[in-house]
Design a protein around this ligand. Structure first.
Ligand SMILES: CC(C)(COP(=O)(O)OP(=O)(O)OC[C@H]1O[C@@H](n2cnc3c(N)ncnc32)[C@H](O)[C@@H]1OP(=O)(O)O)[C@@H](O)C(=O)NCCC(=O)NCCS
Length: 100
């Protein structure tokens, strides 16, 4: 395991939210794309899953690229949803809708 890749069950079992962090010295090797792709493939085997969500800070282009490569599209921005060291930050929410 080179980093962390976790899923969180949202209010509805039809919506799964993914988040990931890769160890810094291993960035840029395709690890995030490969790992998240495997998780999405597993989720798509569950007929109850209708949407896959992920979010990142707008300036985090590497995260956004992982999402875009895996079929998630920018859906909305949430202003001031994370506070760290007294500073509020925004999140971009990416969504992949699963055809039924
Ligand atoms: C985001 C993160 C997981 C990417 O991991 P990774 O294993 O390096 O990702 P990949 O190697 O699969 O590359 C993803 C894409 O981002 C691109 N990328 C990497 N660093 C970048 C940067 N600084 N700016 C723009 N694009 C960048 C890569 O070129 C690649 O795109 P490409 O396939 O079109 O060339 C890693 O940077 C990280 O852990 N960041 C901190 C935590 C975080 O942001 N988590 C996401 C919240 S959900």
């Amino acid at each position: 395991m080179y980093g962390e890749n976790r899923g969180r069950l949202e209010d509805s079992p039809a919506v799964r939210e993914l988040g990931w962090v890769v160890r810094r010295d291993l960035w840029g090797r395709g690890i995030a794309t490969e790992a998240v792709s495997a998780v999405i493939t597993a989720l798509l085997e569950d007929p109850a899953v209708a949407e896959i969500h992920a979010r990142c800070r707008p300036e985090h282009r590497a995260s956004a690229k992982v999402m875009e490569h895996l079929g998630l599209a920018l859906a909305r921005r949430i202003d001031n949803d994370i506070e760290r060291d007294g500073a509020w930050m925004h999140s971009d929410v990416y969504v992949r809708r699963v055809a039924s």
